[in-house]
Design a protein around this ligand. Sequence first.
Ligand code: NAD
Length: 482
Amino acid sequence: MEKLANYIDGKLVPPTSGEYIDNYNPSKGEVFSLIPKSDSSDVDAAYAAAAEAFPGWSNSSNDERSRILFRISALLEEHLEEFAEAESLDNGKPLWLARQVDIPRAISNFRFFSQAATQFASESHAMQDKAINYTLRDPIGVVGCISPWNLPLYLFTWKIAPALATGNCVVAKPSEVTPYTAYKLSEICQKAGLPAGVLNIVHGLGPEVGAAIVVHPKIKAVSFTGGTQTGEWIARTAAPMFKKLSLELGGKNPTIVFGDCDMKKTLKEVFRTAFANQGQICLCGSRLFVQKSIYTEFKNAFIEIVKNQKVGPPRDSDSKLGAVVSKGHMVKVLSYIDLAKEEGGTILCGGEQLHMSAPYDKGYYIAPTVVEGLSHTCRTNQEEIFGPVITITPFETEEEVLEMANSTEYGLAASVWTENLSRAHRMAKKLESGIVWINCWLLRDLRTPFGGVKSSGVGREGGFEAMKFFTEPKNVCIQYGD
Ligand code: NAD
């Protein structure tokens, strides 16, 4: 069985403990590789390598860093198919999705930030005829990047690329649930000529490796994407150490369909907002609100679409949904379907685990599920489920839907479907959300600020926001007049 390795000081090395954790293929429910069970001693070794590499990397020219990041992106592109297969195997997502979304986006992340390295500029503030201020932006030093399992390489590289582009050295931890492509990225970094110690990847459990990064006294900034509960612990632990934090956390996003929407387009796209990646995208719309004037027509047509989508093995090209990521996660999602029933919801479609034939008979498959008839304040409508389960709720007015949409503790993303331009702008302004899509979903320009409000997080990623996070500004004021 393949044993993954940590990537420390440019080398692939075993964990100091010598212990490993099972890594499952969710489509078959079988172990397919072993993950290093690292601990704080491996994080210490990664930190030491990063600290030694920092003077060289931070003093290298923007051009040089850009060139190496670009090479990583080009090598990833050369190996796109191999990476897509690895991602699908490890995560359970359809292979076509990994091929069309996950790996192309990881390639774009490196390409985008390789260019940003040469484009980033800082501010200057002139004081009338008297003085000028300019801002120096230096890399922070050694930074930590911690990522989740839903879009493994996509989100891992979304953090690492800007950290490296700005001249930092990194200790990174991918999710222990989906470590495979991060491991394979180590090999790409070696081939691309990334100097030893600039990027270190330590595998293992969150409370062991992740926590060791968070509490490390010399790791000055942590960029984290994951659950709100983990984010809360990180904030509580890192705040007294005055660390810089970027926290991208959970969501319970509303999808709001008005009677004046383009029905055909909306029906098709709303399926994606709800069930893409088995509903395991922090941006997925898990609460669907439909205006009463079209409620029955929309609901019936939508349920027809959902019922006709194939859930199946990730390698089948016609599988719209694959397996959810783990047995534990499947049990959690199914328990929310039970809760929805207890709370008085009616299951319009799905509502159960699906069983495939061998060799996929032990895999973790759930039918896409739509629940009707729940109050917007019940737990099913307030808590993040993060699976192929959504609720559908009618509304009459803008005010009413805004109240329901904004009623959760979360505020990551929302989508609004209407052909009325003024209404679209009004809604965008009033939704408590870091991101609002109008008549589209998951359309991403990497220059835009990305992140959530309320319990969905603190700080923004993307474009120069990320470059700013990974640099420390210093104001220099020069007086030249009286
Ligand atoms: P998680 O919080 O359990 O784990 C995320 C990462 O943190 C993993 O690498 C994990 O090992 C690590 N970790 C766990 N405990 C830790 C600790 N005490 N200290 C440091 N690190 C620790 O989340 P998950 O289950 O992997 O991911 C699903 C969650 O991620 C969902 O809530 C989802 O909404 C969220 N998410 C948010 C975004 C966003 O951009 N806002 C994107 C994707 C996923």
